[in-house]
Design a protein around this ligand. Structure first.
Ligand code: BGC
Length: 470
Protein backbone atom coordinates (compact mmCIF):
# COMPACT_ATOMS: atom_id res chain seq x y z
CA UNK A 1 0.00 0.00 0.00
CA UNK A 2 1.15 3.57 -0.60
CA UNK A 3 2.46 5.68 2.32
CA UNK A 4 -0.54 8.04 2.15
CA UNK A 5 -3.64 6.98 4.08
CA UNK A 6 -6.66 8.12 2.08
CA UNK A 7 -9.99 8.46 3.90
CA UNK A 8 -12.84 6.00 3.36
CA UNK A 9 -14.74 8.64 1.39
CA UNK A 10 -11.78 9.22 -0.92
CA UNK A 11 -11.48 5.48 -1.49
CA UNK A 12 -15.16 5.20 -2.44
CA UNK A 13 -15.00 8.31 -4.65
CA UNK A 14 -11.93 7.34 -6.65
CA UNK A 15 -13.02 3.70 -6.67
CA UNK A 16 -16.21 4.78 -8.43
CA UNK A 17 -14.75 7.48 -10.69
CA UNK A 18 -14.05 5.02 -13.54
CA UNK A 19 -17.85 4.87 -13.94
CA UNK A 20 -17.86 8.54 -14.97
CA UNK A 21 -15.60 7.75 -17.92
CA UNK A 22 -17.78 4.77 -18.87
CA UNK A 23 -20.79 7.10 -18.91
CA UNK A 24 -19.13 10.09 -20.59
CA UNK A 25 -17.55 8.08 -23.37
CA UNK A 26 -20.76 6.22 -24.17
CA UNK A 27 -22.95 9.34 -23.90
CA UNK A 28 -20.83 11.81 -25.87
CA UNK A 29 -20.93 10.15 -29.25
CA UNK A 30 -24.57 10.87 -30.13
CA UNK A 31 -23.77 14.62 -30.08
CA UNK A 32 -20.31 14.35 -31.66
CA UNK A 33 -21.72 12.34 -34.57
CA UNK A 34 -23.77 15.34 -35.68
CA UNK A 35 -20.58 17.32 -36.36
CA UNK A 36 -17.90 14.79 -37.36
CA UNK A 37 -19.22 14.96 -40.98
CA UNK A 38 -18.05 18.60 -41.07
CA UNK A 39 -14.47 17.24 -41.18
CA UNK A 40 -14.74 13.71 -42.53
CA UNK A 41 -17.00 12.24 -45.14
CA UNK A 42 -19.10 9.70 -43.22
CA UNK A 43 -20.90 6.86 -44.98
CA UNK A 44 -23.61 5.14 -42.88
CA UNK A 45 -21.12 2.29 -42.49
CA UNK A 46 -18.41 4.56 -41.04
CA UNK A 47 -20.93 6.23 -38.77
CA UNK A 48 -21.92 2.79 -37.46
CA UNK A 49 -18.22 1.86 -37.10
CA UNK A 50 -17.54 4.89 -34.85
CA UNK A 51 -20.37 3.84 -32.53
CA UNK A 52 -19.73 0.09 -32.72
CA UNK A 53 -15.95 0.55 -32.28
CA UNK A 54 -16.45 1.41 -28.62
CA UNK A 55 -18.88 -1.44 -28.01
CA UNK A 56 -16.58 -4.03 -29.62
CA UNK A 57 -13.62 -2.66 -27.66
CA UNK A 58 -15.69 -2.87 -24.47
CA UNK A 59 -16.51 -6.54 -25.10
CA UNK A 60 -12.83 -7.38 -25.52
CA UNK A 61 -11.84 -5.11 -22.62
CA UNK A 62 -14.31 -6.83 -20.30
CA UNK A 63 -13.25 -10.32 -21.35
CA UNK A 64 -9.53 -9.56 -20.78
CA UNK A 65 -10.03 -7.47 -17.64
CA UNK A 66 -11.55 -10.42 -15.77
CA UNK A 67 -8.56 -12.76 -15.67
CA UNK A 68 -6.19 -9.78 -15.48
CA UNK A 69 -7.88 -8.45 -12.35
CA UNK A 70 -7.42 -11.85 -10.69
CA UNK A 71 -3.74 -11.80 -11.63
CA UNK A 72 -2.50 -8.22 -11.20
CA UNK A 73 -5.16 -7.00 -8.77
CA UNK A 74 -8.14 -4.66 -8.97
CA UNK A 75 -6.28 -1.42 -8.27
CA UNK A 76 -3.55 -1.88 -10.88
CA UNK A 77 -6.20 -2.63 -13.48
CA UNK A 78 -8.06 0.60 -12.72
CA UNK A 79 -4.74 2.46 -13.11
CA UNK A 80 -4.14 0.77 -16.47
CA UNK A 81 -7.69 1.59 -17.61
CA UNK A 82 -7.15 5.25 -16.64
CA UNK A 83 -4.00 5.42 -18.79
CA UNK A 84 -5.81 3.83 -21.75
CA UNK A 85 -8.79 6.20 -21.28
CA UNK A 86 -6.46 9.21 -21.39
CA UNK A 87 -4.56 8.01 -24.45
CA UNK A 88 -7.77 7.09 -26.29
CA UNK A 89 -9.42 10.45 -25.56
CA UNK A 90 -6.40 12.40 -26.82
CA UNK A 91 -6.11 10.24 -29.94
CA UNK A 92 -9.83 10.72 -30.71
CA UNK A 93 -9.50 14.48 -30.29
CA UNK A 94 -6.58 14.80 -32.72
CA UNK A 95 -7.59 12.03 -35.15
CA UNK A 96 -6.28 12.98 -38.62
CA UNK A 97 -8.58 10.50 -40.40
CA UNK A 98 -11.82 8.73 -39.74
CA UNK A 99 -10.06 5.39 -39.40
CA UNK A 100 -7.84 6.75 -36.62
CA UNK A 101 -11.04 7.94 -34.96
CA UNK A 102 -12.57 4.46 -35.22
CA UNK A 103 -9.33 3.01 -33.77
CA UNK A 104 -9.42 5.57 -30.92
CA UNK A 105 -13.03 4.65 -30.14
CA UNK A 106 -12.00 0.99 -30.03
CA UNK A 107 -9.12 1.80 -27.64
CA UNK A 108 -11.48 3.84 -25.42
CA UNK A 109 -13.83 0.84 -25.55
CA UNK A 110 -11.10 -1.41 -24.12
CA UNK A 111 -10.91 0.93 -21.12
CA UNK A 112 -14.71 1.25 -20.83
CA UNK A 113 -15.12 -2.54 -20.77
CA UNK A 114 -12.37 -2.90 -18.15
CA UNK A 115 -13.89 -0.15 -16.01
CA UNK A 116 -17.36 -1.71 -16.27
CA UNK A 117 -15.85 -4.81 -14.71
CA UNK A 118 -13.27 -3.61 -12.26
CA UNK A 119 -15.07 -0.59 -10.76
CA UNK A 120 -17.99 -2.53 -9.23
CA UNK A 121 -15.58 -5.32 -8.33
CA UNK A 122 -13.29 -2.92 -6.44
CA UNK A 123 -16.19 -1.25 -4.65
CA UNK A 124 -17.91 -4.52 -3.71
CA UNK A 125 -14.71 -5.93 -2.27
CA UNK A 126 -13.86 -2.85 -0.27
CA UNK A 127 -17.33 -1.95 1.13
CA UNK A 128 -18.73 -3.21 4.45
CA UNK A 129 -21.77 -5.50 4.00
CA UNK A 130 -24.41 -3.18 5.49
CA UNK A 131 -23.76 -0.37 3.02
CA UNK A 132 -22.35 -2.41 0.12
CA UNK A 133 -25.41 -1.81 -2.09
CA UNK A 134 -25.11 1.95 -1.70
CA UNK A 135 -21.33 2.00 -2.17
CA UNK A 136 -21.34 -0.15 -5.31
CA UNK A 137 -24.24 1.94 -6.66
CA UNK A 138 -21.82 4.90 -6.65
CA UNK A 139 -20.55 3.28 -9.85
CA UNK A 140 -23.98 3.77 -11.43
CA UNK A 141 -24.18 7.36 -10.12
CA UNK A 142 -20.89 8.01 -11.89
CA UNK A 143 -22.11 6.29 -15.08
CA UNK A 144 -25.33 8.32 -15.17
CA UNK A 145 -23.44 11.47 -14.12
CA UNK A 146 -20.99 10.87 -16.98
CA UNK A 147 -23.83 10.43 -19.46
CA UNK A 148 -25.50 13.65 -18.26
CA UNK A 149 -22.19 15.51 -18.37
CA UNK A 150 -21.72 14.35 -21.96
CA UNK A 151 -25.24 15.53 -22.87
CA UNK A 152 -24.52 18.92 -21.29
CA UNK A 153 -21.14 19.25 -23.05
CA UNK A 154 -22.84 18.28 -26.33
CA UNK A 155 -25.52 20.93 -25.81
CA UNK A 156 -22.95 23.63 -24.95
CA UNK A 157 -20.58 22.80 -27.81
CA UNK A 158 -23.38 22.22 -30.34
CA UNK A 159 -23.23 25.84 -31.56
CA UNK A 160 -19.50 25.62 -32.33
CA UNK A 161 -19.76 22.02 -33.55
CA UNK A 162 -16.42 21.28 -31.85
CA UNK A 163 -16.62 17.48 -31.77
CA UNK A 164 -12.86 17.18 -31.09
CA UNK A 165 -13.29 19.00 -27.77
CA UNK A 166 -16.38 16.90 -26.94
CA UNK A 167 -14.29 13.73 -27.26
CA UNK A 168 -11.04 15.14 -25.87
CA UNK A 169 -12.54 16.47 -22.62
CA UNK A 170 -12.77 12.88 -21.37
CA UNK A 171 -9.01 13.07 -20.78
CA UNK A 172 -9.56 15.41 -17.80
CA UNK A 173 -11.44 13.01 -15.48
CA UNK A 174 -9.26 10.12 -16.63
CA UNK A 175 -6.11 11.93 -15.48
CA UNK A 176 -7.80 12.69 -12.15
CA UNK A 177 -8.65 8.99 -11.87
CA UNK A 178 -5.06 8.03 -12.61
CA UNK A 179 -3.64 10.40 -10.01
CA UNK A 180 -6.21 9.33 -7.40
CA UNK A 181 -5.79 5.59 -7.85
CA UNK A 182 -2.04 5.84 -7.43
CA UNK A 183 -2.64 6.52 -3.72
CA UNK A 184 -5.70 4.29 -3.19
CA UNK A 185 -5.28 0.84 -1.63
CA UNK A 186 -5.88 -2.59 -3.16
CA UNK A 187 -9.04 -4.37 -1.89
CA UNK A 188 -8.70 -6.44 1.30
CA UNK A 189 -10.16 -9.50 -0.45
CA UNK A 190 -7.57 -9.42 -3.21
CA UNK A 191 -4.79 -8.77 -0.69
CA UNK A 192 -5.72 -11.84 1.37
CA UNK A 193 -6.00 -13.85 -1.84
CA UNK A 194 -2.49 -12.65 -2.79
CA UNK A 195 -1.09 -13.53 0.66
CA UNK A 196 -0.69 -9.94 1.89
CA UNK A 197 -2.67 -10.28 5.08
CA UNK A 198 -0.99 -7.50 7.04
CA UNK A 199 -1.81 -4.92 4.37
CA UNK A 200 -5.36 -6.29 4.13
CA UNK A 201 -5.72 -5.70 7.85
CA UNK A 202 -4.52 -2.11 7.53
CA UNK A 203 -6.96 -1.39 4.70
CA UNK A 204 -9.90 -2.87 6.64
CA UNK A 205 -9.04 -0.71 9.63
CA UNK A 206 -9.19 2.37 7.44
CA UNK A 207 -12.70 1.72 6.16
CA UNK A 208 -15.63 3.43 7.89
CA UNK A 209 -18.25 0.92 8.99
CA UNK A 210 -15.86 -2.05 9.00
CA UNK A 211 -15.74 -2.95 12.68
CA UNK A 212 -14.27 -6.46 12.74
CA UNK A 213 -11.18 -6.68 10.52
CA UNK A 214 -9.88 -9.88 12.20
CA UNK A 215 -13.16 -11.65 11.70
CA UNK A 216 -13.42 -10.52 8.08
CA UNK A 217 -9.95 -11.86 7.28
CA UNK A 218 -10.80 -15.18 8.94
CA UNK A 219 -13.99 -15.43 6.85
CA UNK A 220 -12.12 -14.65 3.64
CA UNK A 221 -9.64 -17.43 4.45
CA UNK A 222 -12.43 -19.88 5.21
CA UNK A 223 -14.30 -19.45 1.94
CA UNK A 224 -11.06 -19.54 -0.01
CA UNK A 225 -10.13 -22.87 1.54
CA UNK A 226 -13.43 -24.39 0.45
CA UNK A 227 -13.03 -23.13 -3.08
CA UNK A 228 -11.80 -25.43 -5.77
CA UNK A 229 -9.01 -23.84 -7.71
CA UNK A 230 -10.20 -23.18 -11.22
CA UNK A 231 -7.41 -21.64 -13.21
CA UNK A 232 -8.64 -20.69 -16.65
CA UNK A 233 -11.88 -19.82 -18.36
CA UNK A 234 -12.41 -23.39 -19.55
CA UNK A 235 -12.13 -24.73 -15.97
CA UNK A 236 -14.47 -22.03 -14.79
CA UNK A 237 -17.21 -22.83 -17.29
CA UNK A 238 -16.93 -26.54 -16.48
CA UNK A 239 -16.94 -26.09 -12.69
CA UNK A 240 -20.36 -27.18 -11.47
CA UNK A 241 -20.19 -25.22 -8.22
CA UNK A 242 -19.60 -21.90 -9.98
CA UNK A 243 -22.30 -22.40 -12.60
CA UNK A 244 -25.37 -21.22 -10.63
CA UNK A 245 -23.60 -17.98 -9.68
CA UNK A 246 -22.32 -17.49 -13.21
CA UNK A 247 -25.81 -18.01 -14.61
CA UNK A 248 -27.28 -15.37 -12.28
CA UNK A 249 -24.51 -12.83 -12.98
CA UNK A 250 -24.58 -13.30 -16.75
CA UNK A 251 -28.39 -13.45 -16.95
CA UNK A 252 -28.76 -10.18 -15.04
CA UNK A 253 -26.06 -8.56 -17.19
CA UNK A 254 -27.73 -9.61 -20.45
CA UNK A 255 -31.32 -8.80 -19.43
CA UNK A 256 -30.17 -5.35 -18.27
CA UNK A 257 -29.57 -4.66 -21.97
CA UNK A 258 -32.43 -6.68 -23.46
CA UNK A 259 -35.01 -4.40 -21.83
CA UNK A 260 -33.81 -1.81 -24.36
CA UNK A 261 -32.21 0.83 -22.10
CA UNK A 262 -29.67 1.94 -24.68
CA UNK A 263 -32.22 2.43 -27.43
CA UNK A 264 -33.15 5.40 -25.24
CA UNK A 265 -29.72 6.47 -23.95
CA UNK A 266 -28.22 6.33 -27.46
CA UNK A 267 -31.24 7.21 -29.62
CA UNK A 268 -33.71 9.32 -27.59
CA UNK A 269 -33.08 12.48 -29.68
CA UNK A 270 -33.79 10.50 -32.85
CA UNK A 271 -36.97 8.97 -31.38
CA UNK A 272 -38.13 12.44 -30.29
CA UNK A 273 -37.45 14.08 -33.68
CA UNK A 274 -39.34 11.18 -35.30
CA UNK A 275 -42.44 12.11 -33.27
CA UNK A 276 -42.36 15.79 -34.20
CA UNK A 277 -39.82 17.50 -31.90
CA UNK A 278 -37.43 20.00 -33.48
CA UNK A 279 -33.72 19.09 -33.14
CA UNK A 280 -33.02 21.70 -30.44
CA UNK A 281 -36.08 20.73 -28.36
CA UNK A 282 -35.03 17.08 -28.70
CA UNK A 283 -31.57 17.93 -27.32
CA UNK A 284 -33.15 19.74 -24.34
CA UNK A 285 -35.63 16.92 -23.73
CA UNK A 286 -32.62 14.60 -23.76
CA UNK A 287 -31.07 16.63 -20.94
CA UNK A 288 -34.23 16.03 -18.89
CA UNK A 289 -33.92 12.30 -19.53
CA UNK A 290 -30.25 12.43 -18.47
CA UNK A 291 -31.16 14.30 -15.27
CA UNK A 292 -33.94 11.84 -14.36
CA UNK A 293 -31.39 9.06 -14.87
CA UNK A 294 -29.08 10.58 -12.23
CA UNK A 295 -31.81 11.57 -9.75
CA UNK A 296 -33.49 8.18 -9.72
CA UNK A 297 -30.12 6.47 -9.19
CA UNK A 298 -29.82 8.53 -6.00
CA UNK A 299 -33.18 7.09 -4.92
CA UNK A 300 -31.77 3.60 -5.48
CA UNK A 301 -28.73 4.37 -3.32
CA UNK A 302 -31.01 5.46 -0.49
CA UNK A 303 -33.12 2.32 -0.50
CA UNK A 304 -31.08 -0.57 -1.92
CA UNK A 305 -29.67 -1.77 1.43
CA UNK A 306 -33.05 -1.46 3.14
CA UNK A 307 -35.47 -2.78 0.52
CA UNK A 308 -33.04 -5.32 -0.94
CA UNK A 309 -32.04 -6.16 -4.50
CA UNK A 310 -34.81 -8.52 -5.61
CA UNK A 311 -37.81 -6.29 -4.83
CA UNK A 312 -36.10 -3.50 -6.78
CA UNK A 313 -35.57 -5.79 -9.78
CA UNK A 314 -39.30 -6.70 -9.80
CA UNK A 315 -40.44 -3.11 -9.32
CA UNK A 316 -38.14 -2.03 -12.14
CA UNK A 317 -39.53 -4.58 -14.57
CA UNK A 318 -43.07 -3.49 -13.67
CA UNK A 319 -42.29 0.16 -14.41
CA UNK A 320 -40.30 -0.51 -17.57
CA UNK A 321 -42.74 -3.01 -19.05
CA UNK A 322 -45.70 -0.71 -18.37
CA UNK A 323 -43.89 2.22 -20.03
CA UNK A 324 -42.93 0.07 -23.02
CA UNK A 325 -46.46 -1.33 -23.41
CA UNK A 326 -48.08 2.11 -23.34
CA UNK A 327 -45.43 3.45 -25.74
CA UNK A 328 -45.63 0.47 -28.10
CA UNK A 329 -49.43 0.41 -28.20
CA UNK A 330 -49.84 4.16 -28.68
CA UNK A 331 -47.23 4.33 -31.43
CA UNK A 332 -49.00 1.40 -33.13
CA UNK A 333 -52.57 2.74 -32.95
CA UNK A 334 -52.37 6.54 -32.81
CA UNK A 335 -51.84 8.73 -35.86
CA UNK A 336 -48.18 9.50 -36.62
CA UNK A 337 -47.41 12.71 -34.74
CA UNK A 338 -45.92 15.73 -36.51
CA UNK A 339 -45.90 18.19 -33.64
CA UNK A 340 -44.73 17.92 -29.98
CA UNK A 341 -48.31 18.74 -28.88
CA UNK A 342 -49.78 15.67 -30.67
CA UNK A 343 -51.01 12.92 -28.30
CA UNK A 344 -48.50 10.32 -29.52
CA UNK A 345 -45.62 12.79 -29.08
CA UNK A 346 -46.61 13.63 -25.50
CA UNK A 347 -47.10 9.96 -24.67
CA UNK A 348 -43.66 9.18 -26.13
CA UNK A 349 -41.90 11.77 -23.98
CA UNK A 350 -43.73 10.67 -20.82
CA UNK A 351 -43.05 6.97 -21.48
CA UNK A 352 -39.35 7.56 -22.16
CA UNK A 353 -39.17 9.44 -18.86
CA UNK A 354 -41.01 6.78 -16.83
CA UNK A 355 -38.94 4.06 -18.45
CA UNK A 356 -35.67 5.81 -17.54
CA UNK A 357 -36.88 6.50 -14.01
CA UNK A 358 -37.79 2.84 -13.54
CA UNK A 359 -34.47 1.60 -14.93
CA UNK A 360 -32.32 4.10 -13.04
CA UNK A 361 -33.84 3.28 -9.66
CA UNK A 362 -33.51 -0.45 -10.14
CA UNK A 363 -31.83 -2.46 -12.92
CA UNK A 364 -29.17 0.19 -13.59
CA UNK A 365 -27.47 0.03 -10.19
CA UNK A 366 -28.76 -3.33 -8.91
CA UNK A 367 -27.19 -5.38 -11.71
CA UNK A 368 -23.73 -3.89 -11.18
CA UNK A 369 -24.13 -4.42 -7.43
CA UNK A 370 -25.15 -8.06 -7.74
CA UNK A 371 -22.64 -9.28 -10.33
CA UNK A 372 -19.62 -9.17 -8.00
CA UNK A 373 -21.76 -10.12 -4.99
CA UNK A 374 -22.83 -13.51 -6.28
CA UNK A 375 -19.48 -14.64 -7.71
CA UNK A 376 -16.92 -16.52 -5.57
CA UNK A 377 -13.64 -14.81 -4.64
CA UNK A 378 -11.03 -17.03 -6.29
CA UNK A 379 -12.64 -16.67 -9.72
CA UNK A 380 -14.50 -13.40 -9.18
CA UNK A 381 -12.58 -11.42 -11.80
CA UNK A 382 -12.56 -14.11 -14.48
CA UNK A 383 -16.22 -14.94 -13.92
CA UNK A 384 -17.14 -11.25 -14.01
CA UNK A 385 -15.38 -11.15 -17.37
CA UNK A 386 -17.97 -13.60 -18.72
CA UNK A 387 -20.91 -11.62 -17.31
CA UNK A 388 -19.65 -8.19 -18.34
CA UNK A 389 -18.74 -9.46 -21.81
CA UNK A 390 -22.37 -10.65 -22.00
CA UNK A 391 -23.57 -7.18 -21.02
CA UNK A 392 -21.61 -5.48 -23.83
CA UNK A 393 -22.44 -8.16 -26.38
CA UNK A 394 -26.15 -7.74 -25.59
CA UNK A 395 -25.71 -3.95 -25.75
CA UNK A 396 -24.09 -4.33 -29.18
CA UNK A 397 -26.89 -6.58 -30.40
CA UNK A 398 -29.68 -4.28 -29.23
CA UNK A 399 -28.15 -0.98 -30.32
CA UNK A 400 -27.03 -2.26 -33.72
CA UNK A 401 -30.39 -3.86 -34.54
CA UNK A 402 -32.56 -0.98 -33.27
CA UNK A 403 -32.25 1.37 -36.30
CA UNK A 404 -32.82 -1.38 -38.95
CA UNK A 405 -35.73 -2.81 -36.90
CA UNK A 406 -37.31 0.64 -36.68
CA UNK A 407 -37.32 1.03 -40.43
CA UNK A 408 -38.42 -2.57 -41.02
CA UNK A 409 -41.42 -2.83 -38.63
CA UNK A 410 -41.85 0.66 -37.11
CA UNK A 411 -41.37 1.83 -33.50
CA UNK A 412 -44.61 0.36 -32.01
CA UNK A 413 -43.78 -3.34 -32.46
CA UNK A 414 -40.11 -2.78 -31.59
CA UNK A 415 -40.95 -1.33 -28.15
CA UNK A 416 -43.52 -4.09 -27.59
CA UNK A 417 -40.72 -6.58 -28.28
CA UNK A 418 -38.59 -5.08 -25.48
CA UNK A 419 -41.65 -5.25 -23.19
CA UNK A 420 -41.86 -9.00 -23.89
CA UNK A 421 -38.16 -9.38 -23.06
CA UNK A 422 -38.78 -7.47 -19.82
CA UNK A 423 -41.34 -10.09 -18.81
CA UNK A 424 -38.80 -12.86 -19.53
CA UNK A 425 -36.34 -10.92 -17.33
CA UNK A 426 -38.84 -10.99 -14.43
CA UNK A 427 -39.29 -14.75 -14.82
CA UNK A 428 -35.50 -15.13 -14.76
CA UNK A 429 -35.22 -13.13 -11.53
CA UNK A 430 -38.04 -15.08 -9.91
CA UNK A 431 -36.49 -18.42 -10.82
CA UNK A 432 -32.76 -17.90 -10.27
CA UNK A 433 -31.89 -14.79 -8.25
CA UNK A 434 -31.55 -14.88 -4.45
CA UNK A 435 -31.38 -11.86 -2.17
CA UNK A 436 -27.89 -10.65 -1.16
CA UNK A 437 -28.66 -7.61 0.97
CA UNK A 438 -26.91 -7.24 4.34
CA UNK A 439 -24.79 -10.39 4.05
CA UNK A 440 -21.00 -10.35 3.72
CA UNK A 441 -19.55 -11.58 0.44
CA UNK A 442 -18.21 -14.55 2.40
CA UNK A 443 -21.68 -15.48 3.74
CA UNK A 444 -23.12 -15.26 0.24
CA UNK A 445 -20.37 -17.51 -1.04
CA UNK A 446 -20.69 -19.99 1.83
CA UNK A 447 -24.40 -20.30 0.95
CA UNK A 448 -23.53 -20.99 -2.66
CA UNK A 449 -21.04 -23.63 -1.53
CA UNK A 450 -23.74 -25.27 0.61
CA UNK A 451 -26.46 -25.27 -2.02
CA UNK A 452 -24.11 -26.70 -4.63
CA UNK A 453 -22.81 -29.30 -2.18
CA UNK A 454 -19.23 -27.94 -2.05
CA UNK A 455 -19.53 -27.26 1.69
CA UNK A 456 -21.31 -29.36 4.28
CA UNK A 457 -24.10 -27.67 6.22
CA UNK A 458 -27.48 -26.33 5.27
CA UNK A 459 -27.19 -28.08 1.90
CA UNK A 460 -28.52 -31.26 3.59
CA UNK A 461 -26.93 -34.32 5.20
CA UNK A 462 -25.83 -35.82 1.92
CA UNK A 463 -24.06 -32.68 0.82
CA UNK A 464 -20.61 -33.58 -0.47
CA UNK A 465 -17.98 -31.86 -2.52
CA UNK A 466 -18.87 -32.74 -6.11
CA UNK A 467 -16.26 -33.94 -8.53
CA UNK A 468 -15.45 -31.06 -10.81
CA UNK A 469 -15.12 -32.08 -14.40
CA UNK A 470 -12.80 -30.35 -16.83
C1 BGC B 1 -25.87 0.21 -18.28
C2 BGC B 1 -25.54 1.00 -19.51
C3 BGC B 1 -26.51 2.15 -19.65
C4 BGC B 1 -26.54 2.99 -18.38
C5 BGC B 1 -27.62 4.01 -18.43
C6 BGC B 1 -25.82 1.12 -17.09
O1 BGC B 1 -26.12 0.42 -15.92
O2 BGC B 1 -24.96 -0.84 -18.12
O3 BGC B 1 -25.60 0.15 -20.64
O4 BGC B 1 -26.15 2.98 -20.74
O5 BGC B 1 -26.76 2.17 -17.25
O6 BGC B 1 -27.65 4.80 -17.30
Amino acid sequence: MSGLRPSGRAIYFFGALGGLLFGYDTGVISGALLFIPNDFKLSPFLQGAIVAGLLLGAMIGAACAGPLSDRVGRRRLIITAAIVFTGGAILAAVAPSVWVLVAARFIIGLAVGSAALVVPLYLAEIAPAEIRGAIVSLNQIMITGGILLAFIVNAILASSGNWRLMLGLAAVPSMVLLAGMLVMPETPRFLVHAGEEQTAHEVLEQLPGEDAPEERIKEIHEVEQEEQKESGLRDLLAAKWVRPALLVATGLAVFQQFVGINTIIYFAPTTLTNVGFAKTSAIYANLIIGAINVLMTIVAIKIIDRVGRKPLLFAGVAGMVTSLLVLGISLSVLATPHHPGDPAAIITLVCLATFIASFAATWGPVVWVMIPEVLPLSVRGTAMGVAVFGNWAANFLVSQTFPPLLSAVGPGPVFLGYAALGIVAAVFVHRYVTETKGRSLEEIEADLQRTTGVRRGRGGPGARRPAVSG
